[in-house]
Ligand binder design. Structure first.
Ligand SMILES: Nc1ncnc2c1ncn2[C@@H]1O[C@H](COP(=O)(O)OP(=O)(O)OP(=O)(O)O)[C@@H](O)[C@H]1O
Ligand SMILES: [Mg+2]
Length: 510
């Protein structure tokens, strides 16, 4: 057996091991201590130098080298200068995995983790593939599965600096979800990057009927035009907007009076239309102006001219069609790349509200059990889940974050800036997929809200490369380091049975 390091001190969670001179330990690497009673899985969280020679002498020797070009030969160099690794206990693995509570043996020798170390772990009931187990930068041939129905309904947060692979991860998750019948996904895609109009994408999925694409631009054959009828909008769909209470009051007053015709009535209103003790004229004109802008509507001779996605005549069944696709386990991609951020959020807010209310209704009628879990994917999540937005009051996304799990509705929130999301919402995102994050304030926000103790992992998170991630979940025993596969044609070779059969792989059980 090849040993890479030996334990020589430290304390629980900060074990110090000396690296063998011919091995090359990395931050995040997984190592195993075999002991007669217990096998302990540990992870490198920090690396430092060690030497038998005093600092003063080392400085002097370095001076000779640098200034006088004198090469210094050490007698028995390997033993005198070396590297030390700081490790944290991850898991105790013998008959079954347990949280580690003991220190491994003094002078215990550490070796690489192998597939066999974790092979007794079997797949969960609804296996959902996330990536392969990773030790430092090395990828192991051990696929990592979590229980998809639990993970998806209890919300996922995907964080990482720009370019670290959040979208590639999301494409993988969407592809995997499309193979599974117990879950459907609804994606709002502001970059139009998931369907793959020009490049490889979800449109290339083996069963094209599973993928439904709504777009307001040129519609690819077999896909759908995105138009939504104005009458479907309600004032609560604007909850995420920064409106004052008198302005909100205007909307609700018009809604109360004119029901589904409220937007038309409001946009056509003049000062005689409202009694001044009900609302203030100034608020009406602000709301009118904002509505026209967001909805891309102008008014001419009391007629609405709709130039955007919201329409007066068409689009009456768009949302109900979309919901029935989701109910039948399909993947629905809504291309929002054509709209301003606010219009996108209004559309997302409207569709999400309708989905959520439908599922709540099914729950009341006792019909929810037969329905797939619906996951709603949202990019730049702080736009609706940020502290500054939620200070004005809850919206449909924060409502789902709090209670969606009871109604088989989950969020997949993607962000570079988790620190903008309130702690309470972060705590409700029960699975966090953490990708490389250089900013320490962002790392801290995610460490503080993780399901496992990641207080020693700050460096580890900072050093994650593209496609490398850590999954911290209430539904896994430890924070699992994974490597996400690149999303390309090769994903076609992964068969459906690989992703769904409970026996084809050994993975990580809950
Ligand atoms: N799993 C992976 N394996 C190999 N390379 C990857 C992986 N994930 C991402 N990359 C590389 O990094 C690039 C950027 O990835 P991606 O677009 O997913 O980043 P992102 O986190 O979504 O960035 P942004 O925040 O800007 O949207 C990809 O085009 C690809 O070249
Ligand atoms: Mg991206």
């Amino acid at each position: 057996m090849v040993f890479k390091a030996q334990i020589l001190g430290g304390r629980f969670g900060e074990i110090i091991a000396r690296q063998k001179s011919d091995s090359d330990l990395e931050i995040g690497e997984l190592l195993v201590d075999d002991n007669a009673e217990e096998k302990t899985l540990m992870q490198v969280v920090d690396l430092q130098y060690g030497s038998q020679i005093s600092m003063q002498n080392l400085e002097k020797i370095s001076g000779f080298n640098l200034e006088d070009d004198l090469q210094t030969e050490f007698f028995n160099n390997k033993n005198r200068n070396y590297k030390l690794a700081i490790l944290k206990n991850v898991l105790s693995i013998r008959a079954s995995p347990k949280s580690s509570k003991k220190l491994p043996e003094f002078f215990g020798k550490l070796r690489d983790v192998t597939k066999e170390d974790l092979s007794f772990l079997t797949k969960s009931d609804n296996p959902f593939f996330f990536g392969n187990l990773r030790s430092g930068t090395k990828t192991l041939d051990l696929p990592v599965f979590l229980d998809g129905s639990k993970v998806l309904s209890h919300h996922i947060l995907i964080t990482g600096t720009t370019g670290k692979g959040k979208s590639v991860l999301m494409k993988n998750l969407l592809w995997n979800a499309a193979s599974l019948d117990y879950c459907s996904m609804l994606v709002f895609d502001p970059h139009d990057e998931y369907f793959g109009r020009k490049e490889f994408g979800l449109k290339d999925f083996s069963d094209p009927n599973k993928i439904i694409y709504f777009t307001s631009r040129t519609v690819p054959p077999g896909q759908r035009t995105l138009k939504v009828n104005l009458k479907l909008l309600r004032p609560d769909h604007f909850d995420f907007l920064d409106l004052s209470s008198p302005q909100r009051q205007v909307m609700y007053l018009y809604y109360k009076k004119h029901k589904s015709e409220w937007i038309k009535a409001l946009l056509n209103s003049d000062s005689s239309d409202i009694s001044s003790n009900e609302v203030n004229e100034m608020s009406v004109s602000v709301v009118k102006r904002r509505l026209k802008l967001i909805l891309d509507i102008s008014v001419s001779d009391s007629n609405l001219i709709c130039s955007g996605v919201f329409d007066e005549t068409s689009g009456a069944t768009t949302i109900s069609d979309l919901i029935s696709f989701l109910e039948s386990g399909k993947l629905v991609i809504v291309d929002t790349s054509n709209f301003s951020g606010t219009t996108e959020l209004l559309l997302a807010s409207l569709i999400t509200s309708e989905v959520f209310h439908k599922y709540k209704d099914y729950n009341t009628k006792g019909l929810l059990n037969d329905k797939p879990v619906i996951s709603i994917v949202l990019e730049e999540a702080p736009r609706v889940l940020g502290k500054n937005v939620l200070d004005q009051g809850p919206n449909i996304f924060s409502t789902i974050a709090r209670e969606g799990r009871k109604f088989k509705t989950g969020l997949v929130a993607i962000t570079q800036l988790p620190s903008l999301i309130p702690k309470e919402i972060l705590a409700n995102m029960n699975t966090k997929i953490i990708m490389g994050t250089e900013m320490s304030s962002e790392r801290q926000a995610i460490i503080d809200s993780a399901s496992q103790d990641l207080s020693a992992d700050s460096r580890n998170i900072a050093s994650l490369d593209k496609g490398e991630a850590i999954i911290s979940s209430n539904f896994s025993r430890f924070a699992i380091p994974i490597k996400i596969p690149m999303f390309d044609e090769s994903i076609k070779k992964v068969s459906k049975s690989d992703l769904t059969s409970k026996n084809s792989f050994s993975g990580i059980k809950l």
